[in-house]
Unconditional design. Sequence first.
Lengths: 497, 116
Amino acid sequence: MNTLAHHLPALQVIVPMLSAPLVMLLKPSGLARAAAVAASLFAFVIAIAMTMSVLDGNVYTYRMGSWPAPYGIELTVDRFSALLLLIVTGASTFALLAGRRSIDSDIDESRQPLFYSAWLLALAGLSGIPVAADAFNIFVFMEISSLASYVIIAGGSDRRALPAVFKYLIMGTIGATFYLIGIGLIYLMTGTLNLADMELRIHEVADQKPILVAAGFITIGLALKAAVFPLHVWLPNSYTYAPNPVTVFLAACSTKVSLYLLLRFDFFVFQPNLVNHDTQFTWFLMPLAVLAILIASGVALFEQNIKRLLAYSSIAQIGYILLGASFVTLAGLTASTVHLFNHALAKGALFLAVGCLATQSAGLRLSDLGGIAKRMPWTSAAFIVAGFSLVGVPGTAGFISKWYLITAALEHGSLGIALVAVIVISSLMAVVYIWRIVEAIYFAEPVADQSAIREAPRMMLLITWVAALANLYFGLVPEVPVTLASSAADTLLEHLP
Amino acid sequence: MELLGIFYYWVFAVILMIGFYAVIAKRNLIKKLIGLSIFQAAVFLLYITMGKVEGGTAPIFQDGVSLYSNPLPQVLILTAIVVGISTTALGLGIVVRIKEEYGSIEEDEIQERERS
């Protein structure tokens, strides 16, 4: 590897992190925006370059300041982290490119550089978590990303975002503190914070009880951050009242990163070392996943605000990801990781389309959007494509992950058949709630005069369509995410005894 | 294991629960944040006590001393304290904005005004 390629894991975090203070200083807000887009795009390119490299079989290991692990700080990028980096940087870049109009209308010109700066910090934190190989660094990155996301969620003009973000701050901090207690207990028993080293040294620990307690704290803490049912209550309002580009960005990646960390921690550190931990993992998470899928989809059926409707659908989709993981099998974990990617694509595209609708429509309740498709045919068509992907229609990305999930469930006999029934029922519910939106925008009578409504700005529409077409592309040619996901599942499982 | 020998874990657990209780039970947003700070402070104590080695001295290299306390937990917790301060500051900032917009920092009153 040449020298620049060697530094890519560090650059992935450093580029957005150092751009953040610079962006804050740039005065005409257009310049700040351009710099933020450039930094995010650069991060996306780095993520793509690393993905290509790990697809060739490389694994990046980077030692900060050349100090050897476990004393120094280590960064690693394998296929699982590369998949996450793609999601995070891609979501940020798409949301920023498409978000100009929404941000201009939501945020004062003078505060925009600050907003972009916070955005880049959120990006740096979210891409730091997959890159870091040290439990405490992960905590710091998690808090950087969380604090920055609180700022950008509350950055808009909607005052209802404030109580929502306060709730998110309280719950997010409790989650992060639980995680901190967990790694404290592990450090107490093993004397290390490096994940790879931790895995080796836990073998030597005679008393497993503190490790088990640590597993509990870390699982609950990360479940809070990942909005696992029933710890999801912060999510719907935060997503609903955040500025639209922020919703695109965070809905596509922030909970995914916490889920990634949950899987990574559990399979690297706890599964190989704790007795019967796989049964505990399965029987703790599977019921929660099933409840999340059924209840959140059920709530989405009756929701009137389309952003909140899609937020509840996100909670259900997190249930799918957990359900796959709770099987603790190769097929299950593959399904789960593929769904991380595919759900990010589908939900990102849906929220982009919602952002387009929001530029023209006064409100985002179903009744406000009556018949808007006649005025905005392209946006509405993109919404339908992305909606198909969310439902899992063959030919779209969503179908691929549902297919893997059902295959994985069928390995489990009669329990598997019950779970397939759950998946099918919730897919039908998804058909219904997506259809409610489609019905409103295509067939309902407009309530107000719509003559002023035009198609969304061209750039925004273009990005929305790129995202929608990506759903079709990765539905027809799923090699890249599936390869990444199946070898991610391999890496997770090879630590098991 | 005798209970007194691990009394600092009891201190940690009790402070943690006091903070957690305040976060959940109090309806005033500032009181919630105070609870959150107490909750985080408990974790700081957990880390700092674990670094102490019995009979160990401050981790500064000098002749004739072979037993040192572990400095790493203190360094870690310094970072966590910074994180805690930022969280509290941001939380207070949000409370100020909530007060500006809703004219109240009581959770139930805010909910009431949100509905209207």
